[in-house]
Write a protein that binds this ligand. Sequence first.
Ligand SMILES: CCCCCCCCCCCCCCC(=O)SCCNC(=O)CCNC(=O)[C@H](O)C(C)(C)COP(=O)(O)OP(=O)(O)OC[C@H]1O[C@@H](n2cnc3c(N)ncnc32)[C@H](O)[C@@H]1OP(=O)(O)O
Ligand code: UBL
Length: 255
Amino acid sequence: MDYLSDCYWTRSGLKCLFASCRVIRFVVRHVKYFLGLRFQVSGWEHLQTDGPYVIISNHQSSLDVLGMMEILPDRCTMIAKKELVWAGTVGMVCWLGGIVFINRQKTRDAKNVMSDAAKTMLADQIRLWVFPEGTRNQNGGLLPFKKGAFHLAIQAQVPIIPIVFSSYSNFYLRKEKEFKSGTITLKVLPKIETKGLTADDVTTLSEKSFSVMHSAFMEISSQTTQSNGPVFPLSAPTTRMARDHVVGNHANQAL
Ligand SMILES: CCCCCCCCCCCCCCC(=O)SCCNC(=O)CCNC(=O)[C@H](O)C(C)(C)COP(=O)(O)OP(=O)(O)OC[C@H]1O[C@@H](n2cnc3c(N)ncnc32)[C@H](O)[C@@H]1OP(=O)(O)O
Ligand SMILES: CCCCCCCC/C=C\CCCCCCCC(=O)OC[C@@H](O)COP(=O)(O)O
């Protein structure tokens, strides 16, 4: 019955196929084995929070989806750009997962959708994951945060849980098309309460969130970089044996 009641349109129109999110989580969690990625998660205890909340995280690449699925809490879906719905299988899976699509080119529409989402979060006890940078970014830091996630949390009066993914630059360079296996550290930070805050507090809340996430990003990225080796072109073999062979060749050349 619980499964069925999750599986139809709610009164606000947000699709709530959260059972599907569990299926998506289960399936996507296996992709890391094919890519040779490992995840180290710290701060699990901060996700042990009852009721709705807003998760915010940095956004470097589509690979983030793998990390999301490592820790995705139950009854949690995401805010995504509307273009994703047309992205074939991915779009269909996003739609089934109840993802909330926004039009980034039309701020007023996006704000309305997010205000509706704030109401639905409370009515249906849903958690929402937002990427406050608003776009993918691999510049070695965090982009200035957009305000939507903070308005959302304040409107719903729910806590924000910041999550930081360590830099991928030690194993994946998108522009240079270079990739190898490696470890990604995910750090869940203590929740930030929004009870009693109003729209006037959005900027302060956003700056506070940025500050704690930026510090955590720098900390875990330097630690994780030290434990990963050099990055290889995407055309290079990525299995451990093949990699050792390549490393061996490079070492020989160096000699
Ligand atoms: C086969 C296997 C398949 C597996 C599939 C697995 C599925 C997983 C899918 C994962 C999906 C991941 C998708 C990731 C993305 O798509 S990221 C891109 C989309 N997300 C976002 O953009 C979120 C962040 N953006 C925002 O929150 C923005 O604020 C936005 C609402 C979009 C508005 O943007 P913009 O106008 O550019 O910027 P500002 O933030 O500066 O806002 C302008 C002013 O409006 C005020 N504002 C903003 N939001 C609100 C609001 N909700 N209510 C009231 N007012 C709002 C804001 O304060 C600014 O005004 P002031 O300057 O403060 O006066
Ligand atoms: C060699 C590495 C290749 C990467 C392989 C990734 C494997 C991930 C496996 C399955 C998940 C696929 C889901 C893709 C979801 C894409 C979400 C996404 O990243 O959307 C972009 C959007 O946020 C911002 O767009 P822009 O940066 O503004 O345009």
